[in-house]
Design a binder for this molecule. Structure first.
Ligand SMILES: Nc1ncnc2c1ncn2[C@@H]1O[C@H](COP(=O)(O)OP(=O)(O)OP(=O)(O)O)[C@@H](O)[C@H]1O
Length: 358
C-alpha cells in the first residue's frame, strides 16, 4: 500500500475509536497528520491540559486500530497536552498547539546526518564533518543514533564504556576534542543489538538527554540509514536545526536518498543539503582523479530536489584505512585532499546557515 493510502486507511480506522465527550478520533480536531514511513506510522492526539487520563483509553484503542491496518509498521501514538497558548488554525479550532519540543541540556544546535540506505559512508561523513566544525572553533559533540549498527566506537577509537555519574548521567568520551556517545560502547563485542521499537526510542532519549554534554555549540547526530522510528522519535522530541543527507553517486542510492528527503520534508525538518560520498577516485600513486561512477549525479539530484549540494568526497583508501583504525582523516591527514573535502563541506554548511555559529 502506498504511504498516502496507508495513512488514509489508518485515519478511516480511527473512525471506530470513541473519544471523551462523544464523537470519534478521525473527526477530532486535535488529531495530527498521520505520518507514514517505510517502517513506522506515527501520529499525535493533542488534548487540553488535564484531559490526558480521560483520553488514555482512546490512545490505546487508536494504537490497536492502527496496528491492525499496518501490521508491518511500528505504530507510535503520542498523547500530547501542550501548555503554550494555541495560535493560528489550532486556536481557531479551539485545540491546543503542537506539543513543545524540549531543548537538550547543554546543546545549542543539532545537526543530523542521514542516508537513504546503509553503507554509503554516512557515519564517516558525520565524524569528519563534526571534526571539521570543531576545527572552525565550535564546541562539538557527536551522538551515535544508529542503534542497530553503531559505528562510532570504531570510527573514533572509543575505548571502554562511558562513565556514569552518581546521578545516572553519562559522561561522554572525549575523541579528538569531540564529546562522543554511542550505544556501541556499552555493548560487549559482537553482542547483537536487537532493539524493539520502544526500547530503541527510549535508548535514544537517554543517550540524548542523559549525557553530560557540557556546553556544546553543535551536536551532530549520526542517524540510522533509511527512515524509521528513531528518526521520528528524534524529530518529535527535539528541534533539529538541519539534516545532511549522504549519498553515493549510484542511482539506486539516490532513489533511496530521495525517499529520505521526502520524509524529512513531510516532517518539516530543515534540509542543509546533500553530500556525495565516494564521488570520484584519486589514484594514490599519481594523484589523478577518475570519475568512475560518472559525475554530477548527486548534484543534479540535489538541484532536482531544490536542496543545496554541499560537496563531494573522494573514494580513497586512506578514508577506509584510517576510519577503520579509529583515526578519521581530519586527524590522520588533515592536509590531504579528502580532509579538505570535508572541511569545504563544513564551511559551506556554516556559510549557508550562519545561525549555527551564533
Ligand atoms: N570516501 C570514502 N572512501 C573510502 N572508503 C570509505 C569512504 N567513505 C566511507 N568509506 C568506508 O565505507 C565503509 C562504510 O562507511 P560508514 O560506516 O561510514 O557507512 P554508513 O553509511 O554509516 O554505514 P552503516 O549503514 O553501516 O552505518 C567503511 O569501511 C568506511 O571506512
Amino acid at each position: 500500500m502506498a504511504d498516502t493510502e496507508l495513512a488514509n486507511a489508518v485515519k478511516s480506522a480511527l473512525a471506530k475509536v470513541e473519544i471523551p465527550g462523544g464523537g470519534t478520533l478521525s473527526g477530532y480536531a486535535g488529531l495530527s497528520e498521520i505520518i507514514v514511513t517505510k517502517s513506522a506510522v506515527a501520529f499525535a492526539i493533542a488534548v487540553a491540559p488535564g484531559m490526558e487520563t480521560a483520553f488514555g483509553p482512546a490512545r490505546v484503542a487508536a494504537q490497536s486500530a492502527a496496528e491492525a491496518i499496518a501490521p508491518d509498521h511500528k505504530v507510535m501514538v503520542s498523547l500530547t497536552s501542550s501548555k503554550p497558548p494555541a495560535t493560528g488554525q489550532a486556536a481557531a479550532q479551539g485545540r491546543p498547539g503542537p506539543a513543545p519540543k524540549s531543548p537538550v541540556p547543554g546543546v545549542r544546535k543539532i545537526i543530523a546526518v542521514g542516508s537513504g540506505k546503509g553503507g554509503v559512508g554516512k557515519s564517516t561523513t558525520a565524524v569528519n564533518i563534526a571534526l571539521a566544525l570543531k576545527a572552525e572553533g565550535l564546541r562539538v559533540g557527536i551522538l551515535d543514533a544508529d542503534l542497530y549498527g553503531p559505528s562510532l566506537p570504531k570510527l573514533l577509537g572509543l575505548e571502554g564504556k562511558p562513565a556514569v555519574r552518581e546521578d545516572g548521567i553519562f559522561s561522554p568520551h572525549d575523541a579528538f576534542g569531540l564529546k562522543a556517545i554511542s550505544i556501541g560502547s556499552m555493548l560487549t563485542q559482537d553482542q547483537a543489538v536487537v532493539w524493539r521499537g520502544p526500547m530503541a526510542t527510549s535508548a535514544l532519549r537517554q543517550l540524548l538527554r542523559e549525557t553530560d554534554w557540557g556546553d556544546l555549540d553543535i551536536l551532530v547526530v549520526d542517524l540510522p540509514p533509511g527512515t524509521g522510528d528513531i528518526h521520528i522519535s528524534l524529530f518529535q522530541q527535539a528541534v533539529v536545526d538541519g539534516v545532511i543527507i549522504v549519498s553515493t553517486p549510484q542511482d539506486l542510492a539516490l532513489i533511496d536518498a530521495k525517499k529520505a528527503i521526502d520524509m524529512l520534508r513531510r516532517l518539516n525538518v530543515p534540509l542543509l543539503g546533500l553530500v556525495e560520498n565516494m564521488s570520484y577516485f584519486i589514484a594514490p600513486d599519481t594523484g589523478n582523479r577518475y570519475d568512475i561512477f560518472g559525475h554530477g549525479g548527486a548534484e543534479a539530484a540535489a538541484a532536482a530536489q531544490k536542496m543545496a549540494f554541499l560537496g563531494a568526497v573522494p573514494l580513497v583508501m586512506s578514508i577506509r584505512e584510517t576510519s577503520d583504525t579509529g583515526q578519521p582523516v581530519l586527524v590522520s591527514n588533515p592536509e590531504g585532499p579528502e580532509a579538505e573535502a570535508f572541511r569545504a563541506i563544513a564551511t559551506k554548511i556554516l556559510a549557508d546557515t550562519p545561525s549555527l555559529r551564533s
